[in-house]
Write a protein that binds this ligand. Structure first.
Ligand code: KG4
Ligand code: ZN
Length: 359
């Protein structure tokens, strides 16, 4: 019988310092033995966003403690670990380097394999932390840095159907929150204050809604929010109305583009029924977005799957789990891998940002 691997996972790609111990389970699913996430909200709050150097310094200060805590909580001694996985990209280089270097060092010291993990693959495979999920499935990855529709064919096999051509959804939430002075981090605060507002009050643009397949765009929406904030003059009711209208516009955009992505998925895979639609990444924690995408899934015969809230945002359990699966597919020892700020899951997909983009 094959040994069930236990991996230490490390995540430092942005503003969360995280470590976790994950063990393979019977049915090819995971058992999370510990998952420690230390958020840097306090450090970045006063700047209203993530400051890379501040984030990197905080990772350096906390990482030893977080790794030790993860090991202690898992009740697994470091010598029982079969491998180490750390996020190598995409993300802030100064931040990635912290987790990557400590991961390589621990693996070398233990003479165990080191697996460099793509953060996006961590999110993509995160539903497997709780339930077995068969390939292929449709994935909507919505986080602070990415917004993509992908066919997850297998571990390390992705086909990108669409992506944002400018801002990510989470970024749009964060910027809207900043413009409306609703607090940091943006997403949860916009969601909270949107509950107090009238979502029909403002008519906001839905950029590229009827073109470019399931590619997404949020820059025009952000500019429209900025324009409206100029007329608000501290009126709370209007602030909440704008937060609600912004969130409703995001919901409508995701609804329309999800329908397009689902059609594309069916055409490409020839699968019609019982297909899973996974919504992962920090923004997947948003209850109104969840509710709407559940409806869309029903209409299109997809089964929606949302990772538990604790695995939607950045965490190291998803990194350990992606590391185990990559290693099972192809044993590697990635000690020479360097941090990458850009690392698409589908390397063949066209780069969709920058001037001169034709849609
Ligand atoms: O996946 P994640 O933790 O980090 C990245 O990989 O980017 O996602 C963070 C993003 C942030 O932009 C945050 O504002 C957003 O997810 N977010 C939300 C909610 N919770 C977090 N956006 C909308 N509604 C939420 N409840
Ligand atoms: Zn993330």
């Amino acid at each position: 019988m094959k040994k069930k691997l236990k991996f230490l996972g490390i995540e430092t790609s942005c503003d969360e310092t995280a470590a976790s111990v994950v063990q393979e389970n019977e049915e090819g699913t995971a058992k999370v033995l510990s998952s420690i996430v230390s958020s840097q909200i306090k450090e970045h709050e006063k700047f209203g966003g993530v400051v890379p150097e501040v984030a990197a310094r905080s990772h350096v200060e906390n990482i030893d403690f977080i790794i030790n805590k993860a090991l202690k909580e898992s009740e697994v001694s470091i010598s029982e670990i079969d491998g180490v996985a750390a996020t190598a990209g995409p993300g802030l280089i100064v931040c990635l380097t912290v987790g990557l270097n400590i991961g390589k060092t621990i693996a070398s010291f233990l003479k165990k394999p080191f697996v460099a993990v793509n953060h996006l693959e961590g999110h993509a495979l995160s539903p497997g932390l709780e339930n077995k999920i068969d390939f292929p499935y449709l994935l909507l990855l919505i986080s602070g840095g990415h917004s993509q529709y992908l066919i997850v064919k297998n571990v390390d096999e992705y086909k990108q159907l669409g992506t944002t051509i400018d801002d990510a959804v989470g970024e749009a939430f964060d910027k809207t929150s900043k413009m409306l002075d609703l607090g940091y981090p943006g997403g949860p605060n916009v969601e909270k204050f949107a509950k107090k507002g009238d979502k029909k009050f403002y008519k906001l643009p839905q950029p590229i809604i009827n073109k470019a397949g399931c590619n997404l765009s949020f820059a025009g929406l952000k500019t429209a929010v900025l324009r409206e904030t100029k007329n608000i003059n501290g009126n709370d009711k209007l602030r909440y109305n704008l937060a609600a209208s912004f969130q409703e516009t995001i919901i409508k955009i995701l609804e329309k583009k999800t329908l397009v992505a689902m059609d594309q998925f069916k055409k490409i895979t020839n699968l019609e029924k019982g297909v899973k639609f996974v919504i992962a990444g920090g923004v997947a924690a948003n209850q109104s977005i969840r509710k709407n995408l559940i409806e869309v899934s029903k209409k299109m015969n997809f089964t929606p799957v949302f990772p538990d809230q604790k695995f939607c945002g950045d965490n190291a359990a998803m990194i350990a789990w992606a590391g185990i699966q990559r290693f099972n597919k192809k044993p590697v020892n990635d000690l020479n891998v360097q941090a990458r700020s850009r690392w698409p899951l589908d390397e063949t997909a066209p780069f969709m940002k920058g001037p001169g983009l034709k849609l």
